[in-house]
Design a protein around this ligand. Sequence first.
Ligand code: SAM
Length: 235
Amino acid sequence: MSHTSLGVSAPLQHYLNSINPSEPALLCRLREETARLRQGKMHIAPAQAQLLAWLAQLLAVKNYLEIGVFTGYSSTALALALPGDARITACDISVTYTDIARRYWTEAQVAHKIELSLQPAIITLDELIAQGKCNHYDLALIDADKAATPHYFERCLKLIRPNGVIAIDNVLSNGRVFQAACETQSQSIQILRRFNQSLKEDTRVSAVTLPIGDGLTLVQKCTDTVLCLHSIANS
Ligand SMILES: C[S@@+](CC[C@H](N)C(=O)[O-])C[C@H]1O[C@@H](n2cnc3c(N)ncnc32)[C@H](O)[C@@H]1O
């Protein structure tokens, strides 16, 4: 038995690609077009998209909330995995990036599922709460400005239904969150580090962090009848 996970070398990634479902051609093209932008690597990794799409189908997601759309890789991947009557609320502040996303949503014939809110995500989330959308969403992805992650998380926790899942990307920040000199790192790294630590003590949720892409945390909102993993561990 191994106590550590394999690092994903290029040959291992190649092998995984050969046995996992193929990336849809349209998503591959989206990724290639995005790579030509100055910040072209901001999208989630194809393996993360595959995992989230699989999870969305497992959870029978009808309502998906995305914070951080960029050029549309994650939203298009999720929209393709969801049924025709599913609805996606998508938050971003960039017209330039999301114009690219809109083009791919149209081409993928999923544009009717997606409502884009172009303003700071914190405002959109507060509006959704005020509109009575608490406990409405089955799945959320937090992938925007990293320093605001704890604020997005608190709001998502209200908006997600009991047993629903909140996914958070970039929680390992390319290894910077666990480097010894973290205190000298940027404020957003310190915020993420505290946030990662706080989930372990949070009795409202059951969370697991996976070393996939730049680190993906999956958080399930507990109900009274569901024992959180850490409650079991602490008993
Ligand atoms: C990491 S990218 C999102 C990547 C996307 N999930 C994907 O897989 O393609 C972060 C996005 O967050 C957006 N963003 C930054 N600050 C924001 C804010 N305050 N409110 C909403 N979106 C914001 C940026 O415009 C950018 O498109």
